[in-house]
Structures are given as structure tokens and as C-alpha cells.
Write a protein that binds this ligand. Structure first.
Ligand code: SF4
Ligand code: SF4
Length: 580
């Protein structure tokens, strides 16, 4: 290093027991003579020959600055290195990895020429485990998909990564101007801090660019962080990251995309929890502390997070709990439009077979008033659906009717999202006033679902996203009919997801599921005669109390004998009448 000149790059290298690799790491940096580089090594309490090798290398190269400390962890060491650094740019290299020739000069020149706050580069994995058996796999790139290569803001780059489902936050992918780094909280003492650090940093950067250039080689080895056994420390690390990202997001308008970063960390919490050997109880206590935060996020209602948290709370439900009679209606669907603008094969409402038809608001009001009297308003949630409910031009009337007669009921609308963008202010205001939650099932169609989710969030409504927002390989359940009607009623009732969970109101009658009240569409189309008997529904004008409805829903109906629930298949989603 030319000691007279300013330092161009400070490379920060924490080192802990890496005697086997640190030579290569140091050489890969110090043999690069340009630009003016200082290598700051923090020996984090190594107990092997790491120090001896560093000292050897210090005799060979004059640009190494060496510090040692008691073992304090990777984050702490990086922070110590940063405090000692003098370079215009900072780059982090782990002592068991290495960088490619000339990479430092290339990164420096590029960042200077383009006046970047940060340059994002590519890296390769090197599988050291296979290597030891003499087999060297092709080194796979760390960043495999990135469409943004222009100079952009850090926020845009983050969005690009999360949309590609490839958020890469390892510090060694980022060549950063020191003054930018100083604006970010550097987390000293937890593991998995890279994600939180990256999120905070990128949200502040105005000029960043991704250049698809291999700079770094990351060794996957037995003792590296990524391959060690999961412990409570991992969970605590992810929880800290979650909190930091959550707080960063709270400083801006809540949109769907930023929440995806929180989800990504929550996914890691779930994954680590699953891999945890001991300390599960301890981890549980820590994770459930996040519950209030998740509840503030609408995605608390995303299937897998809700299920995970329920599981942590030991709320176990089994099929037989369906037989317990309640003293309220837990859930009730109403199809306010028969037809749909999507027409999926295997639609459980047989909407593709329906003639266009809109429910009449007056008869709906009569039914809701009657139900309110029978149940004393005790209906937990009601879902307006279809077909596609947003096709109904009077949808606001339906919302207000439910709100009037069932003010304590959680009202939801289930939509495929296609019309969300077209809904007018009246609709959004009505939803807001009546505290409506919008549920979206995304489908593999040409639609920007992020835009849909953001529209709902922009209007301040709660939202539930089915299938965790995924559309790839979307599947539907398909139940075939047994025309001899010889299926076991009770076991069908217990095993069928729809029984009781999708109770449906139509023309003053409550059905156990939408199949029964819509089977006429199927019969008409396929020339079958699957019969709906009097016991297959309950007429709300023929009864005197809500209890009769609760009784009715807590047991199978004769129609269940038609359904071959045991042979239920998962079939790939497709439009009605599309070729298999
Ligand atoms: S979007 Fe829903 S209602 Fe419409 S056809 Fe598909 S499954 Fe049926
Ligand atoms: S009729 Fe019974 S078994 Fe068939 S789908 Fe409905 S609830 Fe399930």
C-alpha cells in the first residue's frame, strides 16, 4: 500500500479458526496491487493457527492491519473493523472465502466512474463438502436472476429482488461507500444480521447498480454459518432482523412489497423452528412475542403464518371438533353473483356452468334480517362471494345490509382480484366504513397481483391472501361423485374441508357447503340427477331458533353420500373447457 496516498478501499475480514483457508483469502486480496487497499483483519479469538498465518502474511504484505479480540462473533468483528477503517469504500470478505483477481480495481473504477453509493456484484458458491471427496461441482452463481442493471435507488433494487424471490443480502455482494455505511445501524451482537443490515442500508441508498460480475467465492463448508445446526441463537437472530425490518417499514406507507421482506424473515423463523432440536419451548416464547406485530400486518391472515402461530399456541383442532355444536354460526358464505369473470375448471360453486345472475338485494336483506333475529346477531364471519362478487353493481348495498343487521359480524368479500382496480371510491368508502376485509385468491393469469394487494392496503382495508400469494402450480381439489350414493356420511363429513367450513346461504336456505346448493348447475350440464333432499338444507323461515341451524351444521347431510371424499384429487388449475 502506498502509505502517502488516501486509502481507496478498506477490506474488513473477521477471522475465527480458519487456518485452512485464510492464506488464500489474504493472498486473493493483497496480491491485487491497485487501487490503494488496506486489509483489516480482526482475529475473533481464534484457537488454531489462524494468528500464525496472519503474522506470516503481515511480513509478506505491508497493507494488513491486524487487531485481535476475545471471541465476540461475526457482526461485532465487522463493526470493530469498520471503526478502524480509513478507506473511501468498504468491502467485507470472510476469512474462509476469497475474491477473484483484479476485482478490487474493477469495482473501485466502476463505482468512481458512475458516482455510485454502492455497487452490487455477483458471487459464486463453492461446495467445499463435495470438494473434499475430490468432486468439484460447477460453482453456482449467488445472484441468478436480476433484471435491473441500470443505476437505481436501493429501494428499487430491493423490490426487484423480492419480486424475483431472490433477495440477496450477503454483505460480500455489496461494495459500499463508507459514508453511506455510517448512516446505518451496525448490529454488533446477533447472527443473521445481514438481512436487516441490507434492508436498512438499501432503503437509504440513492445510487446503486447491479453489475453481473463474479467477484467473490463463498465456500459452503461444514462449519460455515449456513450449514451449522440450528440453535436458539438462530431464531433470536431472525427475530431481531424481523423487528428491524418491521420498524424500517413502519417509517413508510404500508405497501405489499415491503411486507414481503418481513415475510421472508418470518419464513426463516418457521424454517429454523422446524429444525430446532432442543430449546423449542424457549424459542416458542420468543416467537409468540411477534404475534401482535403480525396481527398489525394483514398477512397475519396468510394461511401458513396463521397456522404456524396457532400451532405455537397449541391450538390444535381435529376433524371431530366439527361435531361440537356451537351456539353461534362461525362462518357463512353468500353467493351474490352466480357467474364469474374467470371460469375455473373445478370451481366448487360451478360458476362456469351458471347463467349470468345477480342476487336481489331486497331478498338478501330479508334473509339477513331473519338470520339476525334467529341468532341474536351471533354470526362470526360472513363472506360475500360468487362467482365474482365484484361484478354486482349493487355490492355496496349488500355490505350495508350486513352491517345494519349484523354489526358485530366480520364481513369479508372473496374475489379473484380482476376487478379490484376498477372499483370506485364509493365501494372503498363503504368497505372502510363497514370494516370489510377483502380476501383475494390469486390465479396464474396475466395480472399484477401486487398492484391488487397494494390497492386494498392503500384503501386501509384488511386483507387475506389465499395460497400464500402464490400462483405457480396452483391446484384445485376435485371430488368425484359416487352416483350410487353409498359413501359413508360421517367419515365424509369429518374429512371434507368444506363441510361446515363453507356453509352457504341461498334464498332463505342454509347449506352445509356450496356444492349442494349449486348442484343443479352440474345436473343440467352433465345430465345427471344428484338429488337435493329436504334434509340437505335448513330453511330459515321454517325454524324458530338459531339452535336448529347450529344443530344442522354439526352433522352430515344425506348429500354427503354422493361425494367420494377419500379419492379426492389435487388437479392443476385451468380455465373451464381448456384441454387437459
Ligand atoms: S374465480 Fe372463484 S368463483 Fe370464479 S370460477 Fe374461479 S373458483 Fe369459481
Ligand atoms: S356434500 Fe358433504 S361431503 Fe360433499 S362436498 Fe359438501 S360437505 Fe363435503
Amino acid at each position: 500500500m502506498d502509505k502517502e496516498k488516501n486509502v481507496d478501499i478498506s477490506i474488513i475480514m473477521p477471522a475465527y479458526n480458519t487456518e485452512k483457508y485464510i492464506r488464500e483469502a489474504i493472498d486473493s486480496i493483497c496480491k491485487q496491487k491497485e487501487p490503494n487497499v488496506e486489509l483489516i483483519i480482526i482475529n475473533d479469538g481464534s484457537t488454531d493457527n489462524t494468528e500464525k498465518i496472519i503474522e506470516e502474511k503481515m511480513k509478506e504484505y505491508d497493507n494488513i492491519r491486524y487487531f485481535k479480540q476475545e471471541n465476540s462473533g461475526l457482526s461485532y468483528s465487522r463493526k470493530v473493523g469498520l471503526d478502524h477503517s480509513r478507506g473511501k469504500y468498504i468491502y467485507f470478505v470472510d476469512s474462509d472465502d476469497y475474491i477473484y483477481d483484479n476485482s478490487l480495481l474493477e469495482m473501485f473504477n466502476y463505482a468512481e466512474k458512475n458516482n455510485l453509493d454502492c455497487l452490487m456484484v455477483n458471487a459464486r458458491f463453492q461446495n467445499e463438502l463435495d470438494n473434499e471427496y475430490g468432486y468439484r461441482m460447477d460453482k453456482k452463481n449467488v445472484v441468478s436472476k436480476m433484471d435491473t442493471t441500470e443505476i437505481t435507488t436501493g429501494e428499487n433494487l430491493l423490490l426487484e429482488m423480492i419480486k424475483n424471490r431472490e433477495w440477496r443480502y450477503a454483505v460480500w455482494l455489496y461494495f459500499i461507500k463508507k459514508e453511506e455505511l455510517e448512516r446505518v445501524t451496525f448490529f454488533k451482537d446477533f447472527i443473521h444480521e445481514d438481512s436487516a443490515f441490507n434492508y436498512e442500508l438499501l432503503n437509504k441508498l440513492k445510487r446503486i447498480q447491479f453489475v453481473d460480475k463474479d467477484v467473490y467465492v463463498y465456500r459452503l463448508r461444514e462449519n460455515s454459518l449456513m450449514s451449522t445446526k440450528t440453535s436458539i441463537k438462530n431464531i433470536l437472530g431472525y427475530i431481531n432482523s424481523y423487528m428491524i425490518i418491521y420498524n424500517t417499514n413502519n417509517k413508510k406507507d404500508l405497501k405489499y412489497e415491503p411486507m414481503l421482506f418481513e415475510m421472508r424473515i418470518f419464513d426463516q423463523i418457521i424454517e429454523s423452528y422446524g429444525l430446532l432440536g432442543n430449546d423449542k419451548e424457549l424459542a416458542k416464547k420468543e416467537i409468540v412475542k411477534l404475534k401482535p406485530l403480525l396481527e398489525k400486518r394483514h398477512y397475519y391472515y396468510v394461511d401458513k403464518y396463521r397456522d404456524f402461530l396457532l400451532d405455537l399456541n397449541d391450538v390444535k383442532t381435529d376433524n371431530t371438533s366439527k361435531l361440537n355444536q356451537l351456539d353461534y354460526i362461525d362462518y357463512l358464505e353468500v353467493d351474490i353473483v352466480d357467474h364469474c369473470n374467470l371460469n375455473c375448471n373445478d370451481c366448487t360453486h360451478y360458476s362456469p356452468l351458471a347463467e349470468p345472475n345477480f342476487m336481489d338485494a331486497l331478498s338478501f336483506e330479508k334473509d339477513i334480517k331473519r338470520l339476525s333475529e334467529l341468532t341474536n346477531g351471533k354470526i362470526n364471519s360472513m363472506v360475500l362471494m360468487g362467482g365474482e362478487p365484484l361484478l354486482h353493481k349493487d355490492i355496496n348495498k349488500f355490505i350495508r345490509i350486513v352491517n345494519k343487521y349484523l354489526p358485530d359480524t366480520r364481513l369479508q368479500i372473496l374475489s379473484n382480484g380482476i376487478l379490484i382496480d376498477k372499483m370506485d371510491d364509493d365501494f372503498w368508502n363503504t368497505c372502510k366504513e363497514c370494516n370489510v376485509q377483502i380476501n383475494i385468491t390469486p390465479y396464474p393469469i396475466n395480472m399484477d397481483y401486487y398492484k391488487v394487494f397494494n390497492k386494498i392496503l392503500d384503501n386501509g382495508l384488511d386483507m387475506f391472501i389465499y395460497d400464500n400469494g402464490q400462483t405457480k402450480d396452483k391446484k384445485f381439489d376435485r371430488i368425484e361423485y359416487d352416483y350410487s350414493k353409498s359413501q359413508d356420511l360421517l367419515s365424509n363429513y369429518l374429512e371434507c374441508n368444506m363441510a361446515k367450513n363453507c356453509a352457504n346461504l341461498k334464498n332463505g336456505r342454509i347449506y352445509i357447503c356450496p356444492i349442494v346448493n349449486n348442484i343443479d348447475r352440474y345436473n343440467n350440464n352433465y345430465g345427471t340427477n344428484l338429488e337435493v333432499l329436504e334434509n340437505d338444507y335448513i330453511d330459515i323461515y321454517d325454524i324458530n331458533s338459531g339452535k336448529e341451524i347450529y344443530d344442522f351444521l354439526a352433522k352430515p347431510v344425506p348429500f354427503c353420500g354422493y361425494c367420494d371424499v377419500k379419492q379426492k384429487k389435487k388437479v392443476l388449475w385451468k380455465r373451464f373447457k381448456e384441454e387437459e
